[in-house]
Write a protein that binds this ligand. Structure first.
Ligand code: FCB
Length: 458
């Protein structure tokens, strides 16, 4: 075995999100995900988030579990329709839940890391993210949450994966609200970024010492044929609407010219107003990186189905049969993760003086039923080990990375896949008992020693 040591002060933890774990839907308003779950065929197993894994009622047990694993950081999200009423007033019981959760985390010595938006938008906001007013509503909501929790929560992420909340949701139709309109997707992307900027301004004014960030998902795109200009152009366009449409406004204060040109008539007139980009590019301390896989593309015929890549309907995914896959069908590509982190540091966070945090990384594995005994999820351990090695390599190459959070602490509602995909370090049985898998013990030991042991052949 060879060992890789992580530096003192490196933050270790796990992540979840409100809609995926909380349940207790009767004590909050509807989100767009509640509505989407009611659309026949939208969710693979016909399930929903009404009970989920009942974290709302079992949070004390879940915090005790985190403490037993030795997590020092827990990233969770707040459900906007739980803490605010449709008239904008605070729902005291809903806010009280997070108040108690944060207290329990602090009492257990676990640092709370709060994500303000992980997709469960209140259903009552007209037009959702296509409406500019939603960005203002988000900043108001942000301050209400900060008023209640800001004395104990010191790390704030505004948005989780705005690509999913815009392109996958409004162009690809795969996530709530399930629309398939490119212009709506561009509008949603800009309004999400504007909401981020307004929230950062509000938090900065209220709490100058808070650590603020934004989390993006990255799926690096590669050309199937490195010598093909057509493949290179597909990759440029996929990368444009997946990544650069978010990183460039935030870190450089501008939308990439090629992204706007490729959008053509789908880029709404009057979308970006004077002052928007100044707000969006206000300095932040952290770029959160969610990473699962990379993809290879070639240029092909235009897709007949709706696509989350509206500027690249001709993008065809080319599978790489030699690579291992997770239960999502996602190829296991840790080297692309290393290269991504080095590139983000070089091009964006390094020059901006921000750090990188891995806010999600993990694998869906088709674990056996917990009823059949302890789950020995060696594939998940292999995945995590390989990706932590990539993080360490990027750090050795100079990338400033200070956090690693596994997705996920516990098996949960995986959006359009319902409960059919399992990402957790901890399983949940039919009675909702929590059952740590082998990966939980492995991760706990890693946190204790801050040392990643690699088998010789790795
Ligand atoms: C990310 C989401 C998270 C979870 C993982 C698997 O895109 O942020 O909620 O679904 O993927």
């Amino acid at each position: 075995m060879s060992d890789l040591q992580f530096p003192p002060g490196f933050r270790w933890g796990a992540a979840t999100s409100s809609f995926q774990i909380e349940g207790a839907a009767e004590s909050r308003g509807d989100s767009i995900w509640d509505e989407f779950c009611r659309v026949p065929g939208a969710i693979a197993d016909g399930s929903d988030g009404r009970v989920a894994i009942d974290h709302y009622h079992r949070y004390r047990e879940d915090v005790a579990l985190m403490a037993s694993l030795g997590l020092d950081t827990y990233r969770f999200s707040v459900s906007w329709p739980r803490v605010l009423n449709p008239d904008g007033s605070v729902n005291p019981a809903g806010m009280g839940f997070y108040d108690s959760l944060v207290d329990a985390l602090c009492a257990a010595g676990i640092r709370p890391w709060l994500t303000l938006y992980h997709w469960d938008l209140p259903a009552w906001l007209p037009g959702g993210w296509t409406n500019r007013a939603t960005a203002d509503a988000f900043a108001d909501y942000t301050l209400r949450v900060h008023d209640a929790l800001g004395d104990r929560v010191r790390i704030w992420t505004t948005l989780n994966e705005p690509w999913c909340a815009s392109f996958l949701s409004y162009a690809g139709g795969e996530h709530a609200p399930g629309h398939t309109d490119a212009a709506e997707a561009y509008a949603a992307a800009h309004h999400l970024l504007l909401g981020h900027g307004l929230a950062v301004r509000a938090l900065r004014a209220a709490d100058p010492d808070a650590t603020l960030g934004l989390t993006l998902n990255f799926t690096p795109a590669y050309p199937a044929d490195p010598d093909s200009p057509a493949d290179a152009d597909v990759v440029r366009r996929v990368d444009g609407t997946s990544h650069r449409i978010f990183t460039d406004p935030v870190f450089r204060g501008e939308y990439p010219a090629d992204v706007i040109a490729d959008a053509g008539a789908a880029w709404p007139a009057d979308l970006v107003r004077a002052g928007d980009l100044e707000l969006i590019s206000a300095p932040i301390e952290i770029l959160g990186v969610n990473y699962y896989t990379s993809q290879q593309f070639r240029a092909g015929a235009d897709a007949a189905e709706p696509t989350p890549h509206p500027a690249a309907p001709d993008a065809v995914v080319v599978e790489r049969p030699d690579l291992a896959r997770t239960d999502m069908g996602w190829e296991v590509t840790p080297d692309a993760f290393r290269d991504l982190l080095i590139g983000l540091h070089r091009d964006y966070t390094g020059p901006a003086g921000s750090s990188l945090a891995i806010t999600e990384n993990g694998a869906a594995i088709d674990d056996p039923d917990p009823a059949s005994g302890p789950i020995d999820d060696v594939e998940r351990i292999d995945y995590l080990r390989g990706h932590l090695r990539a993080v360490h390599q990027a750090m050795t190459a100079g990338a400033g990375i200070d956090t690693y959070l596994v997705w996920s602490l516990i098996d949960n509602f995986e959006w359009a896949f319902g409960y059919t995909k399992r990402f957790g370090l901890v399983a949940v049985d039919k009675e909702l008992n929590r059952l740590p898998k082998a990966s939980a013990g492995w991760y706990s030991e890693l946190i204790r020693t801050a040392t990643l042991c690699l088998p010789e052949q790795a």
